[in-house]
Design a protein around this ligand. Structure first.
Ligand SMILES: [Zn+2]
Length: 720
């Protein structure tokens, strides 16, 4: 009998069991693996892009490595400094420390609820981080890798202080957008320097003034590491992903530039020198040091203060860094250089060198309907919200099978529901449930098999082949491919089970039925072990239904090749996954985010007031409506959905508009057409391209059509 449960996700007890890794031993057999995970900013909720890009892959990797008997330490934490956090704090009327503590706690909970098992997830505001980062700074200074230089920085004479780039606003020199920031233009997306802004002024004070004044800063002499980095990269690159290689080689080819590592700011790690009280270390410099400082903190926490050395001081350690592609150069160029310089100093004082990154499997981006998650607004974006609605395993499954490993991937609700229902529920879940309940009902335990037939021989051989292939893929961070292979085996198992008809055999040939069911339980057990890194909660429960001792995550990876023990008592399983309903997911009542839940107002019935939106003839006459001829249609350089269309509007000359018509018309179908056009719409800049007016079209929801004059009219003719 299927027992239905109403809770969506795992119980607090299961979360605790699944998300707490065992304390790794510091010696004994096995390889030493350091899993370093990019530090998310502590100024907002985690979204699914974070999970897919940098949090889920290392968890799969670390679980696999632990099951292989290796010594795994997985570290990360919240990146707490930098101006985005100061801006969030100002907006929320709080101290920066309050903001980061709040989000750090939220992130820790979300990560655990997702089944991501860190050995430590700390933050960059700890005393430990500050002390060890200052040691790195002082050591680099002593080694001659830092240099004091004077630069010009934006200064607010009204407030009497230097301003970070993000606190300077002005007009973008590229697109003319008037609210561009000193680091970037949000309209055209170009990276800027405060010097380039036209009419710069302090943020929020358009009448204020900015001066550029000299200020003294420390520069990290990155250029001095060029040769050593080239050698290091040549040594490691053979096993790097193409995107990691490309980003890194481009930086090296352009030649490394010295970079300032301090700035005029009071939120951040202080500089351990007199005369620098109003300056702090740049966040890009100190946050990457967190991989090292957090290992030291972990060792303190487990009461073995020297334990971190096992991972950091052995040249044998495989240190693997998981991150999004935007972070690659920080992990293949900057962090290795800091480590090289710091290690020179450590060696000089009789300490061991620290290990350099071994692999840097960077992911591409996960988009939501073509847009970056971080910039999207809609249902199911934020992790706390997602976890309130879905079992974490179904989300982990979809993110893994759709992982942005070598190219950007797209999240769509249709595909999410299809993959979960067809693969996880109908293929794997169905096999597990049928095989387990049928065996339990007829034998109560794993039955003794008779002689294997050719189908059983073939299936057992497939288990071995798949296990070997998956082991190699997981060791090389090919998570999507490995999962596809495992799920292929589940489908084969389903076909085997159906074709063998155990329900018929159990009446006609009990020994043959026992052979089929034993082989089926062998397959289910192997699948459970191989899927444990991907769907930790379901496999944790399944392992118990199989009557196995201990936790699946503490079981040896190679045990997937062993058949189940004859006589092992089985339990009736609860359903592992339930089907998802697309309509239910997309219903408009669904909460948009976990942020303070505002009760949705019921839609108002139309009243006289809301329907009374008549316009006068004078108001209508204000619109300059014209017939225009489409001259050319090109893709927008920076927006996938938009065309840039050039129009001939007769006496008004040529106009250019941006229009989202790609789904409805190919460029060829449009060129030469006469269309209805609003000529006096206020121009707008769409992603860097000015749009001067609007083409009118009929829109039924799924069909869109131009309005074309019924008789030949010249371009520029008025519509009234
Ligand atoms: Zn711009």
């Amino acid at each position: 009998m299927v027992k239905e449960t109403n809770h969506v996700g795992p119980s607090p007890e299961e979360i605790d069991q699944v998300s707490t890794p065992p304390v790794p031993g510091v010696d004994g057999p096995g390889r030493t693996v350091l899993v370093c995970v990019a530090w998310p900013y502590a100024n907002g909720h985690l979204h699914l892009g974070h999970i897919a890009g940098s949090l889920l892959p290392p968890d799969i990797f670390a679980r696999f490595q632990r099951m292989q008997g290796n010594r795994v330490l997985m570290v990360s934490g919240s990146d707490c400094h930098g101006t985005p956090i100061m801006l969030t704090a100002e907006k929320e009327g709080k101290a920066p420390s309050e903001v980061v503590d709040h989000y750090n706690a939220e992130h820790i909970k979300a990560i655990r609820d997702f089944g991501i098992a860190f050995d430590i997830f700390t933050k960059t505001t700890t005393e430990n981080h500050e002390r060890n980062v200052q040691d790195i700074f002082t050591t680099l200074l002593d080694q001659g890798y830092l240099e004091k230089r004077t630069t010009e920085a934006p200064y607010d004479p009204g407030a009497g202080r230097f301003l970070p780039d993000r606190y300077v606003e002005g007009t973008c020199p590229h697109c003319g957008y008037t609210d561009a920031r000193g680091d970037q233009c949000d309209d055209c997306g170009k990276t800027l320097d405060a010097h380039e802004l036209i009419d710069p002024h302090p943020k929020g004070a358009p009448d204020g003034r900015i001066e550029f004044r000299p200020t003294e800063h420390f520069f990290f002499l990155l250029s001095r590491f060029q040769k050593r980095l080239e050698e290091y990269v040549a040594d490691k690159q053979p096993h790097w992903r193409p995107n990691t290689k490309n980003f890194t080689n481009n930086w090296l080819k352009e030649g490394l530039q010295d970079r300032p590592i301090t700035r005029d700011l009071t939120w951040g790690v202080p500089i351990p020198l007199d005369g620098f009280e109003d300056k702090r270390l740049y966040v890009w410099f100190e946050a990457v040091c967190g991989y090292y400082t957090s290992a030291i903190e972990w060792a303190e926490r487990v009461g073995k203060p020297d334990a971190w050395r096992t991972w950091w001081e052995s040249p044998e350690t495989e240190s693997v860094y998981f991150l999004g592609k935007d972070n690659i150069p920080f992990h293949t160029i900057i962090w290795p250089s800091i480590l090289m310089g710091f290690s020179d100093g450590r060696e000089a004082r009789g300490e061991k060198r620290l290990v350099l990154p071994y692999d840097v499997p960077a992911n591409e981006f996960l988009n939501l309907d073509g847009k970056q998650f971080s910039k999207s607004r809609g249902i199911g974006i934020w992790v706390p919200d997602v976890l309130g609605r879905f079992d974490p395993d179904v989300v982990r499954y979809y993110l893994s099978v759709n992982m942005p490993e070598n190219r950007d991937a797209n999240w769509t609700w249709e595909d999410f529901v299809a993959k979960v229902n067809d693969e996880l529920v109908d293929s794997f879940g169905n096999l597990v449930h049928r095989a387990l309940t049928f065996t339990e009902k007829n034998f109560g335990a794993v039955p003794e098999p008779g002689t294997l037939g050719p189908d059983e021989e073939r299936l057992v051989a497939r288990i071995r082949d798949v296990h070997a292939e998956v082991t190699d893929d997981l060791a090389h961070s090919r998570f999507k491919k490995a999962l596809r292979t495992i799920m292929g085996l589940a489908s084969e198992g389903n076909r085997y089970f159906a074709a063998s008809e155990p329900w018929r055999l159990v009446k006609e040939d009990k020994e043959r039925a026992a052979t089929v069911l034993h082989t089926s339980m062998f397959l289910v057990r192997s699948l459970c072990l191989m899927l444990a890194p991907y769907i930790p909660f379901a496999t944790h429960r399944l392992w118990k239904y199989l009557g196995e001792e201990g936790a699946v995550h503490a079981t040896a990876w190679v045990a997937a090749l062993e058949p189940p023990t004859v006589g092992m008592k089985l339990s009736v399983p609860e359903v592992l996954f339930r089907k998802l309903d697309l309509k239910e997911i997309l219903q408009p009542e669904a909460p948009e985010s976990s942020a303070p839940q505002k009760k949705k107002e019921k839609p108002k019935m139309p009243t006289a007031e809301t329907t009374n939106n008549e316009v006068t003839i004078d108001e209508f006459a204000k619109l300059d409506l014209r017939i225009a001829t489409v001259k050319s249609v090109e893709d927008h350089p920076d927006a996938d959905r938009l065309y840039v269309i050039k129009l001939d509007v007769g006496d008004l000359g040529e106009r250019q508009v941006c229009a989202g018509l790609k789904k409805f018309y190919a460029p060829d179908e449009m060129v030469g057409k006469k269309v209805a056009f609003i000529a006096n719409l206020k121009p707008a800049v769409l992603r860097g391209v000015e749009s001067q007016g609007m083409i009118l079209a009929g829109d039924s929801g799924d069909a869109v059509a131009f309005l074309t004059p019924e008789k030949e009219l010249p371009a520029g003719a008025k519509i009234r």
